[in-house]
Design a protein around this ligand. Structure first.
Ligand code: MN
Length: 430
């Protein structure tokens, strides 16, 4: 394994940043990288620690971490593409920052480099080069397939080839950016009828995880599955907003287009593969009778999955007015992926396609297969046939203007400090 458990995962380690100790998302055992700005200042790299962001440019300028000027230089840029392309660089800097944030002798010099999270604006961590969305959530694929093809929910290629499509990177925004309801052609009410045109009436979210590419590959030189994890920078939370009425009309024969290109939202922090080392999990075994992957997709899957729990919550304008707590719509594990992250990179590049630093690979909607684990409204409402009742009596089938969707994700394991990915949230605007 390239990502080993070491002293930076010691559950008893504490930081002189007191708010980090026992923090649900950002204890010193996590140290995710992101890009932030404060009023009147330009964008730069930072690390989340408790209720603060450690300003890496100030750490660099004050020369607070010996021997790491190069890595701090790249990590303090306005995008993290170059930093995460450095083999071993993020792991090394995370290790040095762990030392600095746990060793009290650094406190006086480093404390001025902490910025309260409440005072920062977060930005996309990468300049997103290309965006590919996969379809690895087998329970989601079964649920969606059942709505459209009750007799034949999974197409015969599903268990042989990781299904995906090339998405749109220009409309990816960081958590907190409002999402404008898309207008477009919608499936006619009757087969053969004229399509409707107007604002989508079936606006949905998709609960996904974002896998960020760190180091790329040369055109024509595929990434072997056994080396694929060395190309992953880390992960964030992804909401692949989907207009189901536009999707239903346009998706055949070439797949999603305008139904998904108007906005995608990602959480701002890149939780590194190093931070996730204790939370690796076995890839769930394939069902009896399922085919084995072709040789180029075969690898040791004993720790190839991620023991991460994901949740979706919603608030409506009425709920926020009354100060009601967000209502949880679903909760499920990231192990709902039929294909591993390594298999996704290997498959994406097997024909010679070059992945680049800052490419974003979406897992596809991750639905758990248990009730309460549905990763989209189209599943929760069975295609809009059922109604969801919220605690205050309001009802939903799809999203309404003013609704806010909040996704969270975290990893927990006995003997280790819990770490989190933060939040991926956005309000729908009409
Ligand atoms: Mn999707």
């Amino acid at each position: 394994m390239t990502h080993t458990i070491d002293h930076t995962h010691d559950a008893s380690a504490t930081s002189w940043v007191e708010s980090a100790n026992g923090h649900a998302d950002f204890p010193v055992q996590n140290l995710p990288f992101g890009v932030f700005s404060t009023d009147g200042e330009d964008m730069r790299g930072g690390v989340a620690i408790g209720a603060f962001v450690l300003d890496l440019r100030n750490v660099l300028d004050a020369d607070l971490i010996e021997d790491e000027r190069d890595l701090l230089h790249y990590a303090s840029f306005a995008t993290l593409n170059d930093f995460f392309a450095i083999p071993g660089g993020p792991a090394e800097l995370r290790g040095k920052l762990f030392t600095a944030l746990t060793d009290a002798s650094y406190r006086d010099a480093m404390e001025p480099c902490l910025v309260p999270m409440a005072d920062v604006q977060m930005h996309l961590p990468f300049e997103v080069h290309d965006y590919t969305d996969f379809y690895t959530g087998i329970h989601h694929a079964m649920n969606i397939g059942s709505l459209f093809r009750p007799d034949n929910p999974l197409l015969p290629n599903y268990k042989h080839v990781p299904i995906g499509y090339h998405g749109r990177s220009s409309s990816i925004r960081v958590s907190g950016t409002p999402v404008k309801r898309p207008t477009g052609q919608q499936k006619p009410a009757e087969d053969g009828g004229t399509p409707e045109f107007g604002p989508s009436k079936r606006l949905d979210y998709e609960l996904e995880m974002a896998i960020w590419v760190g180091r790329g590959n040369e055109l024509g030189e595929p990434i072997p599955v056994g080396e694929a994890e060395e190309h992953i920078a880390g992960i964030s939370i992804l909401n692949d907003w989907s207009a189901r009425d536009i999707q239903a009309w346009e998706y055949q024969p070439l797949g999603p287009f305008l139904a998904k290109n108007f906005a995608s939202t990602v959480s701002p922090w890149v939780v590194t593969m190093d931070a996730l080392a204790p939370f690796r999990a076995a890839q769930p075994p394939r069902a009896e009778g399922d085919p084995q992957p072709l040789p180029y997709l075969q690898h040791d899957t004993s720790a190839a999955a991620f023991g991460i729990t994901m949740e979706v919550l919603i608030t409506t304008p009425k709920m926020r007015e009354k100060g009601d707590a967000p209502h949880r719509l679903s909760k499920g594990p990231m192990t709902a992926m039929y294909w591993t992250a390594a298999q996704l990179l290997a498959h994406h590049s097997v024909g010679g396609c070059n992945l680049q630093p800052g490419d974003l690979l979406g897992t596809g909607t991750l639905t758990s297969g248990d009730e309460g684990g549905e990763g989209s409204l189209i599943e929760l409402t069975e295609g809009g046939k059922k109604t969801i009742s919220l605690p205050n009596g309001e009802e939903r089938k799809f999203l309404e203007d003013g609704d806010e969707v909040i996704m969270t994700a975290y990893a927990e394991k006995d003997g280790f400090a819990r770490i989190g990915l933060g939040e991926c949230r956005a309000i729908i605007k009409g």
